[in-house]
Every structure is written in structure tokens, then in C-alpha cells.
Design a binder for this molecule. Structure first.
Ligand code: HEM
Length: 205
């Protein structure tokens, strides 16, 4: 199958994607402002932004295999944007935790990071994601040359850490995190060839 998106339509599709990613976030905070999030609004905002970040991460990993499958290289124009939305949702998730859960007590925030392993894992994922977000511009990409791709391959690790964080944060029914583990496994299988090439290159050093 060979589909294509003409270059001049890319801004139009980007605008649609902005609405798709921003609308749920805006409705969440409007709902929180008007007290429409049910009995536990703090849990709701942390849940929603955490799931949003995880979904964006997995969608960003799906872009390349889809582009290859449909011979639609123009899809790659949207990968950075989706990755940045993963960062934006994760940032909101952490700020919600900082403001509403620990009431901006920075010492308690740091204690939580070291005390709770699922938060340690989440923070590790977020730190790497931050590095990727700040190095995602084409100017920095050109400057970093081949090191850029090496750094950005850490997306796979971030997604894995995020799924572990999700699994660990759930107190009872782990069905949903297990589904995410399976989705992650499928995405890695789609990337099998690239992963094998990297590991061969790594071993041959
Ligand atoms: C890339 C980074 C991260 C991603 C993708 C992520 C994603 C998620 C997801 C999917 C959930 C489960 C939502 C639910 O079922 O309620 C969750 C829960 C949670 N996350 Fe994160 N998270 C990240 C980083 C962090 C960090 C750095 C912190 C704290 C500093 C944090 C704090 C929490 C808390 C408190 C919960 C709720 C646990 C509970 O239900 O008691 N997360 N996160």
C-alpha cells in the first residue's frame, strides 16, 4: 500500500493533532476548576495525565513502523510533536503530584522519589524524557550528529520504565498495566530488526 500526504497539508494535520492532544487536557483542568471530577479530583488528574503521557509515548513509538508499513514517510513529521506531547502530559502529571498530592512540599516530594520505588522509576523516565524533549530541535539534531539517534533510542527505555511505573502504582487489578506490557511487547517486535542491528553494533565494539 502506498499512501502519501502532500507537504503543504502537513500544517493542517499538525493543527488537527494539536486539538486532539490539547482538548482532553483543557477539559480535564476545566472540569477540575468547576469541581466536576467526582469524589477524588486529585486522583483523577494524576490518573488522566499519567495515562495521557504513557499513551503519547506508545503512539510515538508506533509512528516509524506505520510509516514503513504504509510507505508513508510524511508520518515522521508528526513524531517529534507526539513525543513533545508525551513530555507535556508527563510534566502536568508531575506538577499535579507536586501541587495537589504533596502540597508543594519540596522535601516531601524528594523523599517520595527515594522512598517509593514506583516514583523513583517514574522520575527516571521523566528525567530521560526531559533530555530528549530539550534535544529534539533540528538545530541540536544537526549539532549532535550520530549521537542524537543514540540518545533518542532511549525512548524505548522510557516507555518500558513508564509501563513498569504504571504496573507498580496500581494497587489491585493489574489487568490494564499487563495490557500495556503486551502493547509494549508488540511495539518492540515491530522494531525487532532495528533493535537487532543496534545490539549487533553494540556487541561488535
Ligand atoms: C514519563 C514519566 C511518567 C509516566 C508516563 C507516568 C505514568 C503514570 C501512569 C500511567 C499512572 C497510572 C495512573 C492510574 O492508574 O491512576 C501513574 C500513576 C502515578 N504516577 Fe506517574 N508517570 C510518570 C512519572 C511520574 C513521576 C515522576 C511521579 C512523581 C514525582 C509520578 C507519580 C505518580 C503517582 C502519585 C501516581 C498515582 C499512584 C496511585 O494511584 O496512587 N509519576 N503514572
Amino acid at each position: 500500500m502506498n499512501l502519501s500526504i502532500s507537504k503543504n497539508r502537513i500544517p493542517f494535520f499538525k493543527a488537527i493533532l494539536h486539538v486532539v492532544f490539547l482538548y482532553p487536557l483543557a477539559s480535564l483542568y476545566v472540569g477540575a476548576f468547576y469541581d466536576r471530577l467526582g469524589a477524588d479530583p486529585v486522583e483523577q488528574v494524576i490518573h488522566f495525565t499519567g495515562m495521557g503521557a504513557l499513551n503519547c509515548l506508545l503512539i510515538s513509538l508506533l509512528v516509524s513502523p506505520l510509516a514503513k508499513l504504509f510507505k508513508l514517510s510524511s508520518l515522521l513529521h508528526f513524531r517529534r510533536m507526539i513525543g513533545l506531547y508525551a513530555f507535556a502530559y508527563a510534566l502536568c502529571h508531575i506538577l499535579n503530584f507536586l501541587f495537589f498530592e504533596v502540597q508543594f512540599d519540596l522535601i516531601l516530594f524528594v523523599e517520595e522519589i527515594f522512598k517509593r520505588p514506583y516514583i523513583t522509576i517514574g522520575m527516571t523516565a521523566f528525567s530521560i524524557l526531559t533530555a530528549l524533549a530539550f534535544t529534539s530541535t533540528s538545530k541540536i539534531r544537526r549539532k549532535m550528529k550520530k549521537h542524537w539517534q543514540k540518545l533518542h533510542n532511549f525512548t524505548y527505555l522510557i516507555a518500558l520504565l513508564a509501563v513498569i511505573h504504571f504496573y507498580w502504582s496500581v494497587k489491585s487489578d493489574v489487568t490494564e498495566p499487563l495490557i500495556y506490557f503486551a502493547l509494549y511487547g508488540v511495539l518492540m517486535t515491530l522494531r525487532y530488526d532495528s533493535l537487532r542491528r543496534w545490539s549487533q553494533r553494540f556487541r561488535s565494539r
